[in-house]
Every structure is written in structure tokens, then in C-alpha cells.
Design a protein around this ligand. Structure first.
Ligand SMILES: Cc1ncc(C[n+]2csc(CCOP(=O)(O)OP(=O)(O)O)c2C)c(N)n1
Length: 418
């Protein structure tokens, strides 16, 4: 919460509401809370004129000129983009800078939006969500420019070096708090899109060899039980043009990144923090905000239950979202996490007795359950078609293989806090 406030006098309420609005909308945007005592509404307010607050702040030019010089002289620079680049309207500027550097581009771990075309030859994928593997992934880069990325988000604790020796990190962020708490590097605070444009004017096209392209994703074959790779593949291959994707797929996220290719700004949304319950209402919000365009919601069965009533809202407001529930019958990621932490058999991680199709129908959606891989592509097509022609939510409950892999492929290192 950026600010929380209760006005002392009734006549201060309009000003407080306006203040919360301007504060919420100033970078870094975020929630603000104002509490209004219940009898204040009846009091006469002091009239106020509408105001504008223009809160875009320019980053320090000298600091950017120095960063540009460091990037120009680097032998193997890399760019890491965070979701807020897209939010700031910096997608094209990020592509231009990457092409000037001719270096690899990664997305931040657990990004909430895509900020770089994933079919671009410089794109390398998302960084891993743990200290040691992330540091190792960036090993060999002498300068890493991270743009509007918290450095970094980590989930399992795998101790190691934040960055390999010899790697220098420069962060650009519009969030002074993010800059202050970063464990490594130099931070430049200011509007991210402006910073990228200024760097583009200062950094010449480099003469470096192009980094190796990342390996092409596997094309999975249909098999029963439905593998998570095939489920993602089937959904990705039936997406209508211009689909907005809202995703909360926990243990299936790696398969999502493999099989989907986000190549347009503002077309992919996920939770920024990992708190569940974002995807279903987020997808309905996207559908309301973008009438007439397709919306796909890709969500785990556990995550779906944190916001399941959003289906009712979609039905009531005729929002044509196609919901795809990856149903592995439990909290797969937590099972993987338990195995990773050498504590297998943690109770309470199964979700038996849930009939998501009946729940969805009960709230006004059309819904079907798919257990055979061969039937999935057709069901995905039907979902998009029915959602758009009938203008209603459609849900496909996909019974996927409940087997989940180990996080990072092996148990946590045997350390005090690992
Ligand atoms: C509000 C909230 N409660 C609990 C958690 C802990 N949590 C993280 S992932 C997860 C399970 C997600 O299950 P599901 O969506 O079925 O995906 P799966 O892990 O099976 O792929 C839980 C409960 C959380 N992140 N947020």
C-alpha cells in the first residue's frame, strides 16, 4: 500500500480522495487506501477544481550518459526487462536498445507482463527464480542492464552469488524503493521509457557477434494422461489473433513459457507477487476493458478456486472469456517445493472432490471436462468460438498429468536455510 489515510474533517474528504487518486497513479503505480467515516458523506464539501498531476520524472542525464558509455564499451552486455517496461510504453524502445547492443535479452523472473517480443532472435527467455541459478545464467556478461526489474524476485532459496565476479549491474527503475533495496548494482531512478529512449540516442549499433538463439521449444505429442506441455501447446495453437492472455499456472509456468509466444505489447498479464487469485478476475477485467477482443485465462485448479466467483461476473456482464483450468487435482507447485526442501508428503496439498465444470455451469458459464489429449485441440477451438459467438464465459477443465517435476531438477542444497 503506497498510502493509507483517514481525513480528520468531513470537508477534507474530496481532497483526500483526489490525493489518493493522484498518488496511486504516480510511478510506481500502486494501491492507496482512504477511509471515510460514515457520516462524512452528509456534510457539505468545500468545492474543488479538477487538477492534473503530471508525475513522469526524467532520469538523471549524466548518469544515463555514463551508463551508455559503459554499455558501449562492454564486451558482452545483456539486457533484462521487467513487466513495467511494457506498462511504461517502453516495448519498442527496449527492442531498439537490444538491437543496438546486439546482446542477449532476458525477462525478469516471475514477470507480470511481457516487455519484449518472445520471437525476437535476441530473446533468451525468463531468468530463473533463485539466487544461484540466476547469477550463473548471467555469468559471462560483463554489464547487465536491468530495466524496471526488482533485483531480483526469488522463490526457493538457493544460496549463491547474486552475480558472478566481473559482472557489473545497472538498474533503471521508476521506483525509488526498488532502487534502495536492490542488493547489488547502480540504480538510476526515473521514467523507464524515457531512459530507454535517451540510451538509444547515446548507444551506437554495436559490432558484436549475435548471441546464440535459444533452443526452439519442443512440440509435444498427444498422450494420455494429458501432459502439461501438450495442454499448453493445444491452447497456444488455437488462440485467435489478438488474444489477451491472463495466466496463473504455478507449476505449469515453464511449459507455458515454452509453448506460448508473446509478441505484442500489453497482451499478457500475470500476478506480480505470486499471491493467488489474480487470473480469473483479471481475465474478466481484461474482457470488460477490451470489448470484442478474445481473452484466454490459463489457470491451475488451485489458483482458480481463489477467485472462482469471477466466472459469475463474466456471465452476468456477458464477458466472453475462455477459461482453461489445468486440473492436476492439487497444489502441484507446493508438492514440488516440498520435495525440493526434502520434506515430501506434506499434508493438505491435494484438492479432491472438486467439480469445476459444475461450479462453472452453476455460475452461468458453458463448461466441459477433457480427459483425452486427442479431444483437447477441438475443445479449445470450441471454447473460443462459443465465447465470441454467444458472448459468454466458457470453461474447459483439462485433466492433466498430476506428476510434477522437482523444482530446478534436484533437491535444495543442504544448507542451514536451504
Ligand atoms: C493467496 C495465496 N494463498 C496461498 C498461496 C500459496 N500457493 C502458492 S502456489 C499454490 C498452489 C497453486 O495450485 P494450482 O493453481 O493448482 O497450480 P499447480 O501448483 O497445481 O500447478 C499455493 C496454494 C499463494 N501463493 N497465494
Amino acid at each position: 500500500m503506497k498510502w493509507s489515510h483517514e481525513p480528520a474533517r468531513a470537508e477534507d474528504v474530496p481532497g483526500a480522495i483526489e490525493r489518493t487518486y493522484h498518488l496511486a497513479m504516480s510511478p510506481p503505480r500502486g494501491p492507496v487506501f482512504v477511509s471515510i467515516p460514515m457520516d462524512d458523506w452528509e456534510k457539505a464539501a468545500i468545492p474543488r477544481l479538477a487538477r492534473h498531476v503530471l508525475s513522469r520524472s526524467q532520469p538523471d542525464h549524466d548518469a544515463l550518459a555514463e551508463a551508455a558509455a559503459v554499455l558501449t564499451e562492454a564486451t558482452s552486455p545483456a539486457l533484462v526487462v521487467g513487466g513495467a517496461v511494457d506498462r511504461a510504453g517502453g516495448w519498442d524502445a527496449a527492442v531498439e536498445l537490444a538491437e543496438r547492443l546486439n546482446g542477449p535479452v532476458w525477462e525478469a523472473p516471475a514477470m507480470e507482463r511481457a516487455s519484449f517480443p518472445q520471437d525476437h532472435p535476441l530473446y533468451q527467455g525468463a531468468l530463473p527464480l533463485a539466487i544461484k541459478p540466476l547469477g550463473e545464467r548471467l555469468r559471462g556478461c560483463d554489464v547487465v542492464l536491468v530495466v524496471r526489474v526488482p533485483i531480483f524476485r526469488y522463490y526457493p532459496h538457493i544460496p549463491g552469488e547474486y552475480l558472478a565476479e566481473g559482472t557489473r549491474l545497472i538498474q533503471i527503475t521508476d521506483d525509488p524503493d526498488e532502487a534502495a533495496r536492490a542488493p547489488v548494482g547502480t540504480s538510476i531512478v526515473g521514467d523507464v521509457a524515457s531512459a530507454l529512449r535517451i540510451l538509444n540516442a547515446l548507444v551506437p549499433h554495436a559490432n558484436r557477434a549475435k548471441p546464440e538463439a535459444r533452443p526452439a521449444p519442443r512440440a509435444p505429442h498427444p498422450s494420455d494422461p494429458i501432459s502439461i506441455d501438450f495442454a499448453m501447446h493445444a491452447i497456444a495453437n488455437t488462440l485467435p489473433a489478438g488474444t489477451t492472455i491472463v495466466e496463473e499456472s504455478a507449476s505449469s509456468r515453464a511449459a507455458f513459457y515454452d509453448q506460448f509466444c508473446i509478441s505484442r505489447p500489453a497482451s499478457y498479464f500475470a500476478t506480480a507477487s505470486g499471491g493467488l487469485g489474480f487470473a480469473l478476475p483479471g481475465a474478466v477485467g481484461a474482457g470488460l476493458a477490451r470489448p470484442g477482443t478474445p481473452v484466454a485465462c490459463i489457470v491451475g485448479d488451485g489458483s482458480a478456486m481463489f477467485g472462482i466467483q469471477a466466472i459469475w461476473s463474466a456471465a452476468q456482464y456477458d464477458v466472453p472469456v475462455a477459461f482453461f483450468v489445468l486440473n492436476n487435482g492439487g497444489y502441484g507447485i507446493l508438492k514440488a517445493f516440498a520435495a525440493f526442501q526434502r520434506t515430501p508428503g506434506v499434508p493438505g496439498l491435494d484438492l479432491p472432490g472438486l467439480d469445476i465444470v459444475t461450479i462453472a455451469r452453476g455460475m452461468g458459464a458453458r463448461a466441459e471436462r477433457i480427459v483425452a489429449a486427442a479431444e483437447l485441440p477441438g475443445a479449445c477451438q470450441r471454447a473460443f468460438h462459443e465465447a465470441s459467438t454467444r458472448r459468454c464465459p466458457v470453461l474447459i477443465d483439462i485433466a492433466v498429468d498430476p506428476e510434477v517435476g522437482m523444482l530446478f531438477g534436484e533437491p535444495a542444497p543442504d544448507t542451514e536455510c536451504g
